[in-house]
Design a protein around this ligand. Structure first.
Ligand code: GRF
Length: 219
C-alpha cells in the first residue's frame, strides 16, 4: 500500500506543519505531504513547505464572495492533489458543514488544550485565569462546531505557578509537535476506528500513568 497523502492547511507560522514535514521526511513513514494550502499569502509555513520541496498553494479567502465558494476551492485543490487526510495546522478559518461532510472523518485538527475544555481562541490566557493545574493539547476529528469532534490523542502539560500565557504556549507547543505526527501515523496505519462517536484503537494499548494517551511510538 502507498503512503497516505496529506493536505495540510495553515494560516501562519507553521510549526506543527514543520513537525509533520519532519515525520514524513522519513520514507518509511506511512504518510507523505502532498500539498500545503494557506489562506494567507504571507504565512511563514509556506516557506517551510517550499524549503522541504513540498507543493504549496495559496487560496486567499478574501478573494471569495462567500464561505462556501472558499471551501469549495479548498476541496477542489485537495481533491486534485489526491489528498486522503486533511490536517488543520493553525488554520484560522472556520470550515462550513458542507466541507466537513465532504471530508467526513478525513479532517483532523490540533488544539492547544485538553478538549473539551477551553475551546476557541486565547486558550492559554484563559487556562491561567481559570487556575487549572494541568492543561495540554488534543488532536481530534473535525466536526462543524468549533474545536469539536472525536479525540484521537492528547498530551497533558503542567501549568506552573509563574507561567505567562507565552510560557505556557511554548510548553504546550512542544507537546503538540509530538502528538500531531503521532495522530497522523495512527490514522495512516489504520490503527483507529470510529465507534459511537468516539475514536477507538484497533490494537490494545497499555494505558499506564503516561502523560501522552495513547503513548507514542508503538507499532
Ligand atoms: C497551535 O498552537 C495549534 O494548536 C493551534 O494554532 C497554533 C498553530 O501554530 N491550532 P503553528 O502555526 O503550527 O506554529
Amino acid at each position: 500500500m502507498g503512503r497516505m497523502k496529506l493536505g495540510v492547511l495553515i494560516s501562519g507560522r507553521g510549526s506543527n506543519l514543520q513537525a509533520l514535514i519532519h515525520a514524513c521526511s522519513d520514507n518509511n513513514d506511512p504518510a507523505e505531504i502532498a500539498l500545503v494550502l494557506s489562506n494567507r499569502p504571507d504565512a511563514k509555513g509556506l516557506e517551510r513547505a517550499a524549503a522541504a520541496g513540498i507543493a504549496t498553494q495559496v487560496i486567499d479567502h478574501k478573494s471569495f464572495d462567500d464561505r462556501d465558494a472558499f471551501d469549495s476551492a479548498l476541496s477542489d485543490a485537495l481533491s486534485a492533489a489526491d489528498v486522503a487526510l486533511v490536517c488543520l495546522a493553525g488554520f484560522m478559518r472556520l470550515l462550513q458543514e458542507s466541507f466537513v461532510e465532504r471530508w467526513h472523518d478525513r479532517v483532523i485538527n490540533i488544539h492547544p488544550s485538553l478538549l473539551p475544555a477551553f475551546r476557541g481562541l486565547n486558550v492559554h490566557e484563559r487556562v491561567i485565569q481559570s487556575g487549572v493545574r494541568i492543561t495540554g493539547c488534543s488532536v481530534h476529528m473535525v466536526r462543524s462546531s468549533v474545536d469539536d469532534g472525536p479525540i484521537i490523542i492528547q498530551a497533558a502539560v503542567p501549568v506552573l505557578p509563574q507561567d505567562t500565557a507565552h510560557d505556557l504556549a511554548a510548553r504546550v507547543l512542544k507537546a503538540e509537535h509530538k502528538i500531531y505526527p503521532e495522530a497522523v501515523r495512527l490514522i495512516a496505519q489504520g490503527r483507529i476506528k470510529l465507534h459511537s462517536g468516539r475514536v477507538d484503537f484497533v490494537d490494545s494499548m497499555e494505558l499506564g500513568a503516561l502523560l501522552i494517551n495513547p503513548p507514542l511510538g508503538r507499532n
